[in-house]
Ligand binder design. Structure first.
Ligand code: UDP
Length: 237
């Protein structure tokens, strides 16, 4: 793995592991093939998912950095490892939506597929034990998860990421329906972390509407690996 040595495991999530490196400022992000849905009530493996998500995330992080979005991406080391900046993660999942789908469709009883006149930003509290409940800015600020200035910055960056990625994928025949982003502090500054891939975004083929993301796994639609491969191919990963 080139010049970077993986040391102790500092965190293991459902889809990734994070290892310390010789540099206290940097971590190694390892992408697994494990797939979970419905808060890990459904489990499985998506063959080569880790390889695809690492490569797809690299493409998106490089593009975002070029467009002025600060991210934790340093470089991709090999098929399954990415070198990233160490973050103090903000325990909030930021979701941005362009088209109604998933939990929004369910909660409001609206059919999936309705385009929104402008993006909607939502906050969820990162807690497996509680099933990631939806919260609002007040909870985030008053309960001390982030300051108002940090919330404002996360919203600004979430909308910027959406504004950059949406046309990029549109040019490649993909609708960015919605996505989940995570942010953290690096030396006190809010930057984008985690990964951006078919696990964390909904991607629909622009002409057929075919789902090219983790919903194929969640909803047992088949051809799961093919969807990840297709997204990787179209974005040039
Ligand atoms: N999402 C995610 N992790 C989560 C929940 C949601 O990456 O724990 C992503 C999901 O893939 C989709 C977007 O966030 O692109 C919005 O998800 P939604 O709230 O509709 O929930 P879901 O239907 O996935 O339960």
């Amino acid at each position: 793995m080139s010049d970077v040595e993986a040391r102790e495991l500092v965190y293991e999530g459902k889809a990734k592991k994070l290892f310390a490196t010789g540099d206290p400022d940097l971590l190694l992000q390892y992408f697994k093939d494990d797939a979970t849905a419905f808060n890990a009530k459904k489990r499985g493996t998506i063959i080569e998912k880790g390889v695809r998500n690492n490569a797809i995330s690299e493409v998106f992080f490089r593009l975002l950095e070029r467009e002025g979005v600060p991210t934790h991406f340093v470089r991709r080391l090999d098929d399954r490892h990415m070198l990233v900046k160490r973050l103090e993660i903000v325990p909030v999942e930021m979701v941005v939506r362009n088209v109604i789908a998933g939990s929004l469709a369910k909660r409001l009883g609206i059919e999936e597929g309705k385009a929104l006149p402008e993006p909607i930003v939502e906050f969820y509290y990162k807690s497996d034990a509680l099933d990631d409940p939806m919260i609002n800015e007040w909870h985030v600020r008053v309960l001390g998860m982030a300051t108002q200035a940090e919330i404002d910055r996360m919203v600004e960056l979430t909308l910027k990421v959406n504004a950059v990625l949406r046309p990029f994928v549109a040019e490649r025949g993909i609708v960015l329906v919605d996505m989940k982003l995570e942010f953290g502090r690096h030396h006190g500054t809010i930057i984008l972390g985690d990964e951006i891939c078919p696990d964390t975004c909904r991607f629909w083929d622009s002409s057929s509407g075919e789902k090219l993301d983790k919903d194929r796994f969640r909803r047992d639609l088949g051809r799961v690996e093919e969807a990840y491969e297709e997204i990787a191919r179209r974005v040039g990963a």
